[in-house]
Design a protein around this ligand. Structure first.
Ligand SMILES: [Cu+2]
Length: 324
């Protein structure tokens, strides 16, 4: 099933890429960057999760060919009318105004097309809804203007993920305005459930390579999921206009091996041995988590009120208008 979808996706993507690059006259054969935008890239970002593969199939194999065929068909009809029925070629126009058969056709055919699209569309919607059994739960909270991540099962208290300042991003050779000070770290090939909420206004948790886009609404917890298919760094952004620094609250997800993930959790004062919360181990884990949990609320507050976020972000927006 997957290979068939991927196979169809490949030819559809190749056809679409060829058509679009021929149309725009640009060279679009360079390999797209994984997990981030490609300069002069034309299509969707490469897929790194099952949902995104289905999104590609829907867009490349269903919607794009349909849109193209309909546009070409309408263009041909227009040209036919212009050339065949102009005043010179058709001096005595017909007097009839209605044709029942034509009207039935142009009503029924679009309905059938929309129904065909809806079948594939609903399948995709259900795939987003039918999350496999999750291996890991992450809570992502949108703040004005940064993200907070928490791994409740691993007892990793909320930590703040700000945008990496421009000089640091350049020094590290990572994309400015996409890279974060503290990425979210998840293991590869594991189903990650993301609980998304907002602390102040509506934000949205969006990451193209995983096909994610879920609103972060205050007072409500939305759920989405992904399964990263390869290790690497993947970038996304807040995708709901949330205020003046909306463009400066990137999402960075680092996909690592299970061993590296365990080490990261340990470095955060958490524990991955969720299967065996032995009575002896539990208090220790709780004790370890308490400082993290206690400092976590303080960190966002500090970031919001005092310095880290405001100092880094207002410095950043200043050049933004000039850049745009
Ligand atoms: Cu936002």
């Amino acid at each position: 099933m997957k290979s068939r979808v991927q196979g169809m996706r490949t030819w559809a993507a190749a056809a679409a890429t060829g058509a679009t690059s021929a149309f725009w006259g640009v060279q679009a054969f360079a390999e797209d960057l994984m997990g981030q935008p490609t300069p002069k890239g034309m299509g969707l970002q490469p897929a790194a999760s099952p949902l995104k593969h289905q999104v590609h199939f829907f867009h490349d194999a269903i919607l794009l060919p349909l849109i193209t065929a309909i546009s070409v068909f309408v263009l041909i009809l227009l040209l036919w009318c212009v050339f065949r029925y102009n005043k010179k070629r058709n001096p005595i126009p017909a007097k009839w105004t209605h044709n029942t058969m034509v009207e039935v056709i142009w009503t029924v055919v679009p309905v059938l097309i929309l129904m065909a699209i809806s079948v594939v569309s609903f399948k995709l919607l259900f795939a987003y809804h039918d999350m496999p059994k999750p291996d890991l739960t992450v809570k992502a909270t949108g703040y004005q203007w940064y993200w907070g991540y928490e791994l409740p099962d691993q007892k990793v208290g909320e930590f703040v993920s700000n945008m990496l300042p421009e000089d640091e991003a350049k020094a590290r050779n990572v994309p400015y305005r996409l890279a974060a000070t503290e990425p979210l770290v998840v293991p590869v090939n594991k189903v990650v459930r993301v609980l998304v909420t907002g602390a102040d206004v509506i934000h949205a948790f969006g990451l193209p390579a995983f096909g994610l886009k879920t609103d972060a609404v205050p007072g409500r917890v939305n759920e989405t999921w992904f399964k990263a298919e390869q290790v690497g760094t993947f970038y996304g952004q807040c995708s709901e206009l949330c205020g003046v620094d909306h463009a400066f609250m990137p999402i960075e997800i680092k996909v690592v091996t299970q061993a590296e993930f365990d080490a990261w959790v340990a470095s955060k004062g958490g524990s991955t041995s969720t299967a065996a919360p032995a009575p002896a181990a539990a208090p220790a884990a709780d004790a370890a988590a308490v400082p993290a949990a206690a400092t976590a609320p303080a960190t966002p507050a500090a970031a919001a009120s005092a310095t880290p976020a405001p100092t880094s972000t207002p410095a950043a927006p200043a050049p933004a208008p000039a850049a745009k």
